[in-house]
Design a protein around this ligand. Structure first.
Ligand code: BGC
Length: 509
């Protein structure tokens, strides 16, 4: 018989599990084939069910195997020293191409002129309005600078609904003007004509301190009819359409510039402004003689340059380190092929990067026993704040991690899964910190000053438990020996920085 070599109790199990009547004699040839196929499947199930439970040694061995497989698979997210040095070299080339007249148009790191040439010294005085547009929220602020580093600030956050982020430019600026008018009524400012600093945190080709043409949208914005338009003019037009408030736009700046300026009043050697938040960018102080695109009065020796390094890699310079996950993030974004450096670093993408790794490892049975959840498989469900929460757990404890996994419908995760999830988060956040560090070190080395403070802002830097330490460690390895540097958390660069730039502009008028 077919199963003559099998033990009797095994045959009995097969027969009972198969659902077919015992004995083969009565079967017709057509159903015999089905029976054979069915029996084979049952055979596999029974062999599996008869398997002895694994010994603890075997379990440990299989966990170790999975762990080492996970580490090996994550290796592509780890930047080697050689790769970091190569990235620095390429970034420096792009920075110089951005500054050069003949190469600016084809450079991916544009190095825009900001027209900020004087840094504040803390003695600035006056009352200023500030607008801060750059993420999903928009803020209006009233700031009173009292000299002697003293300031008083009131602000209100307004949401920018998705339909406005993706609507027309007119809708966006009408919304901004409306929030501004409401704020002025609430703070009894409607009858005043105040100077205003506008922090607009998107790439602008600036032609003056109050003139900037939008080059492209980033961070999920895509309003129509704005590219190549002067955003200050768009704001003025929206205010004129309302005709109920008056103001004087005296400064237009990027958040990285606001960050540098806000730190400069406390640290006079502040020469770099860095944002590691929803988006990523940096600015630095450059010798005017190197800023070939600047055609104004060159009597002042320095100018702050807005690098817009989020676009680094858009010409292919980062292909040596981009992974399958980076490509997937990019192909599903609304600005595919753009802001490739930013997509490897910033808060808008970090959580999703982690999710993509988790999905891949779940599907290949390296995580969660191969069983995911609807949430895990849905785009955008793994927030960047989860990375900070998971990495904030004391090593060996999983409170934050379990909370996140529960929220994602993954409460069946084992402790070992938690260890592995944390490892994946660490690879992604470490890579971001190392990329940012490579960029900062490139700027510090380029400037050649012996002591530099870097003003920093942004949610990733603020809330990730180790981002600062990782940066200090990496930058120390990468700066020219003899150069000292400090990372200083900015106190509200986009708000206070805007008021300070506005104050310096008014003083110089
Ligand atoms: C923008 C920059 C901005 C950065 C941080 C990027 O997407 O292009 O202008 O400074 O985000 O907000």
């Amino acid at each position: 018989m077919v199963a003559a070599w099998l033990p009797n109790d095994f045959i009995r199990q097969v027969e009972s599990l198969s659902g077919f009547p015992r004995g083969l004699g009565s079967r017709q040839p057509s159903s015999l084939f089905q029976y054979a196929v069915h029996t084979y499947h049952v055979f596999v199930r029974v062999v599996t069910s008869l398997r002895k439970p694994l010994t603890s040694k075997q379990i440990a061995c299989s966990i170790n195997k999975r762990l080492s497989e996970i580490r090996e698979e994550c290796q592509e997210l780890v930047l080697s020293d050689g790769q970091v040095l190569e990235i620095m070299k390429r970034l420096l080339t792009e920075l110089n191409r951005g500054l050069g007249k003949a190469t600016h148009d084809t450079a991916d790191v544009k190095c825009f002129t900001t027209f900020v040439q004087d840094l504040p010294n803390g003695t600035e005085k006056g009352k200023f309005l500030a607008l801060d547009l750059g993420g999903t929220n928009f803020r209006v602020l009233i700031i009173e600078l009292g000299g002697e580093h003293h300031f008083d600030m009131k602000s209100k956050i307004y949401a920018i609904p998705q339909k406005i982020m993706l609507g027309s430019g007119k809708q966006l600026f009408d919304h901004i003007a409306e929030c501004l008018a409401n704020f002025m009524v609430e703070h009894d400012l409607s009858s005043e004509r105040l100077p205003l600093g506008f922090t607009f945190s998107f790439p602008l080709s600036q032609r003056g301190l109050t003139k900037g043409y939008l080059v492209q949208w980033t961070k999920g914005f895509d309003c129509s009819d704005c590219i190549n338009e002067d955003v200050v003019q768009m704001l003025k037009d929206a205010i004129a359409r309302r005709n109920d408030i008056q103001l004087d736009v005296v400064a237009l700046l990027n958040d990285a510039v606001g960050t540098l300026v806000a730190c400069a009043i406390r640290a006079h050697n502040c020469r770099v402004g860095l944002i590691a938040g929803t988006g990523s960018n940096a600015c630095y102080v450059e010798k005017v003689e190197n800023v070939e695109l600047f055609e104004g009065d060159k009597s002042k020796p320095y100018m702050v340059i807005n690098t817009e390094w989020g676009a680094f890699g858009d010409n292919g310079a980062l292909e040596i380190v981009r992974t399958q996950y980076d490509r997937e993030i990019d192909s599903h974004s609304i600005n595919a092929g753009k802001q490739l450096h930013e997509k490897m670093i910033s808060g808008m993408y970090m959580g999703e990067l982690v999710r993509l790794v988790l999905v891949k490892f779940t599907k290949s049975n390296l995580l969660f026993g191969g069983k995911g959840s609807d949430m895990l498989f849905e785009r955008g469900t793994f927030f960047t704040k989860f990375v900070s929460e998971i990495e904030s757990d004391k090593r060996g404890t999983f409170t934050g991690c379990r909370q996140v996994l529960d929220e994602l419908g993954l409460s069946h995760a084992t402790d070992q899964d938690c260890v592995n999830v944390r490892y994946i988060c660490e690879c992604v956040s470490r890579r971001a910190a190392h990329l940012v560090s490579a960029g900062v070190a490139t700027l510090i080395n380029k400037m050649g000053q012996l002591s530099v403070t870097v003003g920093v802002d942004g949610s990733v830097y603020r809330f990730h438990p180790y981002f600062h330490d990782l940066m200090v460690e990496k930058i120390s390895e990468l700066v020219t020996p003899g150069i000292k540097f400090d990372l200083m958390l900015s106190e509200d660069g986009s708000g206070r920085g805007a008021a300070l730039v506005a104050a310096v502009a008014c003083r110089d008028r």
